[in-house]
Design a protein around this ligand. Sequence first.
Ligand code: 13P
Length: 260
Amino acid sequence: MRTLFIAGNWKMNPGTAEAAISLAEAVKAGVGASADVRVALCPPAVFLNRIDHVLEGSPIGLGGQNMYWKPEGAFTGETSGAMLVDAGCTHVILGHSERRHGMGETDAQVNAKLHAALAVQLIPIVCIGETKDERLADQTEDVLQGQLTGSLAGLSSEQMAGVVLAYEPVWAIGTGLTATPEQAQNAHAFIRGWLSEQFGPATAARVVVQYGGSVKPDNAAELLACPDIDGALVGGASLKAADFLGIINAARDVTAKGKA
Ligand code: 13P
């Protein structure tokens, strides 16, 4: 069984460094030293350095929410992968739907960022997922295949094995609508099948594929128990330490019981 990986995407929250630090402190205290489940926090870029200090001595990873593909230069408002590493990051979220749909980010740009992230040893969390209209038009698998092909172009099998994917159906993000475990498992099985075709079954078996979209403490266990769901990328519920820890505890229970 792949080690379950729970990451909190704080998006553009909370409003102050003080609130961000207390949230990280509470998560750190709740997680303790145990590493049976992988955990990472992805705060806004301006808080990264301070959260890195909070997380010192903890197994919790730190992730950026985006980065630029160039290493340095005249790119106003952008952050390089090396800068994320310098701020203490181990991970970076790439191609989140709010960037793809809200800011016009393309598969080619996600791919350029992915290669730049790997070049500085950041673990990328590459997000993919269909919109509501695409699901209703029965295009989910075509959309996923297009995003996978474009975003993951040019990776070796060894590189692929170290990339985390996050399946986030756009219609389930921040809406309170969650994919049913069956819908999510079907999408994850499709993703793993595609990985197996492109990179071989051994690599496909190593790739961690998180689910994201209204994951909460009360629906986490049944999603995480699905055979191809290897964790969660959590938005809203990661902003309350008790809820985020509830999801981590659900992952611990699933880990202790093992999957079918
Ligand atoms: P919610 O958990 O708020 O639906 O957000 C999911 C998400 O976008 C994580 O990246």
